[in-house]
Every structure is written in C-alpha cells, then in structure tokens.
Design a protein around this ligand. Sequence first.
Ligand code: FPP
Length: 231
Amino acid sequence: MPRHVAVIMDGNGRWAKERGKPRIFGHRAGADALERVLLACRKFGVEILTVYAFSTENWIRPADEVSGLMRLLLRFLKSKEKVLHENETRLRVTGRIGDFPSEVQAELRRVMDATAHHARGQFVIALSYGGRAEIADAAKQIARDAAAGRLDPEAVDEAAVASRLYLPDIPDPDLVIRTSGEMRLSNFLLWEASYAELHFTPVLWPDFGEAGFKEALDEYARRNRRFGASQ
Ligand code: FPP
C-alpha cells in the first residue's frame, strides 16, 4: 500500500462542457470527487493524500473561473472540516498560500490549526503551487542561508534542498494519479515525484471515485519499485 498518493485532478472543464454547463459546475462536481477519494484513503489505509487544486499557472484563467474556485475552496473548507475531524485527518497546504485573498488564507489557517492534532492521516492541498516555483523558493533560501554564513556552499546537497521545500516532513509520494487521459506532470511535485509510480486514467475527475482509486492502488501493488537498483 502506498503511504502517500498525489493526484492531478484533471478534466473538470471537459466534464462540464459535455453537459453544456459552465466550467465551475465541473469544479463543484470535482470537489465531491475529492471527498470520495479522501474517504477512500482512510478506508484503504493510505496515510497521506496530496491534491493539485490550483497551480501557479491557473491564475491566468478567466477572472470568473478563478473567483468561482476561491468561493468553492471556502465552501469546501467550511463544509468538509467535519469530515476531517471524523477521519482524524490533518489539513496541510503546499504552495504560495500568500497569493490567496486574505479571507481564503484565514480560513485555510483556521482549519489547519483546528486539525493540527490529528495523526491518522494528512490531506495536503496544493494551492498556487508549482514544482519549479517550489525548487526556486528552496534555492532562494539556500542562497540566503549561505549569504548569512549559516550554510557552507560546499555542503549544499540533495538533503539541503529537500529540507527547504514547502513541507519537508512529508515523505515523497509513492504514487501519482492523473485523470482525464493527459499524460503529463504539469509542474506538480517535480522534486518529490522523482521515483513515484505514475498512474493515468481516461476517467474525468468528477467521475472518479473509490473504484478508480482502488484500481490505481492495485496497479501500484503489482509494480516492482527498484529506485534505480537492478532487479
Ligand atoms: C483541472 O480541471 C482542475 C482544476 C484546475 C481545479 C481543481 C479543483 C477542484 C477539483 C475543485 C475542488 C477542490 C477544492 C480544494 C475546492 P480543468 O479545469 O483543467 O479541466 P479541463 O482540462 O477539462 O479543462
């Protein structure tokens, strides 16, 4: 069983279009799919779930879609806090949370604080997240530490970078799932997913649920992870 599963929740827009509805309709259905997958994690014993909810590139989407996603995120946080408590799950955020409207930041902090004591599972939302931005932010911190004399440039190694990522205590994802038939990482967890198994499914995110998740776990269980070693 993977300890950490990361998901690129893709296909909300196409799902809505197929129904002749605005894109936000697909995002709303996507939020329901997200709850299903979170509950599936508790059921199957996957400790950490990370989801790509908003990328650094998503800010250039039409203003009404961005504001609709912000409202949806606020509603999601308010309505799903109970689910997090019931499932002893801690909320975390990865990404440039400071980019978000202050009301969204405050609500994220409130739910993170309220769930910080839970130890059964962790639910990580990637918000204003970009893998390159995360590595660049770590590089900036390394440069600051070196300039301040706290870090010897010769001592900069992989561990020095990893310890300056947004959530250094979270183990790397074992499995990355992407829905909707696209086969790209799209700037998601570039450093952390180096050795992750990748699972692609044509199912659009709003149609994804426990059965599709179980299929991905079963495929993962059949794979032979070598981390660069020989057979
Ligand atoms: C990709 O589909 C999805 C997103 C950019 C947003 C993901 C957001 C949710 C699933 C909403 C629920 C999450 C929270 C935390 C409230 P797309 O719009 O790129 O779809 P397309 O490729 O079919 O156009």
